[in-house]
Design a protein around this ligand. Structure first.
Ligand code: CMP
Length: 139
């Protein structure tokens, strides 16, 4: 079993897509071990996306991620990092496969509705950024 961090971004929350996205996770058999709604400060968003510091989109994405509430979740499943990335679709929605969340709902490379960790190392960092072990359900 593997864990990953998922975020429903401010555009997904504002467009009332929380239920739709959680429904897709549940139908895929992915377990939700922790879930919370948060509104990040710009500094918190900068810390979360620190691997992207210096990239051309860093200022803009951190401003966007602190522009409204997000839903953060810890997911668990067999090879869930890849399984959830498959559900999300490519970062650039124009390249996202049909039926993926980003294909169906993203409007822009930044307003792409959801985030997911891209490796076990980033999952460990990203989960611990928002949750401590006591907040994560143990099955
Ligand atoms: P996410 O998976 O949350 O990781 C970094 C985010 O930066 C990405 O999704 C996009 O929302 C945003 N972003 C904006 N422009 C780019 C870009 N050119 N390449 C990658 N990510 C970008």
């Amino acid at each position: 079993m593997e864990r990953t961090l998922a975020i429903i971004k401010p555009d997904g929350v504002a467009r009332a897509l929380i239920g739709e996205i959680i429904g897709r996770l549940e139908r895929e058999g992915i377990n939700i071990l922790a879930l919370r709604m948060i509104w990040m400060t710009e500094d918190q968003a900068r810390g979360f996306y620190k691997v992207h510091a210096g990239k051309p989109f860093y200022e803009s994405v951190t401003r966007f991620m602190s522009s409204g509430p997000c839903v953060v979740m810890v997911l668990e499943g067999k090879r869930v990092i890849n399984a959830y990335r498959k559900l999300m679709g490519a970062t650039d929605y124009r390249e996202a496969a049909k039926g993926t969340i980003r294909h169906d709902y993203a409007t822009d490379i930044e307003k792409n509705v959801v985030h997911g960790s891209d490796s076990p190392e980033s999952a460990a960092f990203e989960i611990s950024y928002f949750f401590n072990e006591l907040e994560i359900f143990k099955r």
